[in-house]
Design a protein around this ligand. Structure first.
Ligand code: CMP
Length: 108
């Protein structure tokens, strides 16, 4: 069961999404109730481009990076929703989404 902050984050994310904003409040409540918290480590890949997928994510804390065809597309932060396209269009995952991590390389 979520706390009220999680419900608010999920509800707001759904309402902001172009494809999901037309859902009614009962549908939003249903989707929110079906979501559960997961913790992912920095650098971990959550979604891989080309895979089949049926899970959508809302960021409660932290950042992810979207990479398409090995090119960085954008960073998404708390409150953002991702992973909706494969579900809505019954297509393969359109991009890779990984947990943001900063990597520093030593100057030689
Ligand atoms: P999906 O295709 O299911 O899995 C990868 C997700 O990355 C996709 O859903 C979107 O949520 C997100 N995504 C794909 N392309 C972009 C983009 N150009 N900008 C922002 N998010 C994207």
């Amino acid at each position: 069961m979520h706390n009220s902050r999680a419900f608010e984050t999920i509800g707001n994310a759904l309402c902001r999404n172009t494809f999901l904003r037309n859902l009614d409040s009962a549908q939003i409540e249903k989707i929110s109730s079906a979501m559960y918290p997961v913790e992912v480590q920095a650098g971990a890949i959550i979604i891989r481009q080309g895979d089949l997928g049926s899970i959508m994510y809302v960021i409660q804390e932290g950042k992810v990076q979207v990479v398409k065809d090995n090119r960085f597309v954008r960073t998404m932060e708390e409150g953002a929703l991702f992973g909706e396209l494969a579900i809505l269009h019954h297509c393969e995952r359109t991009a890779t989404v990984r947990v943001y991590s900063e990597i520093f390389r030593q100057i030689e």
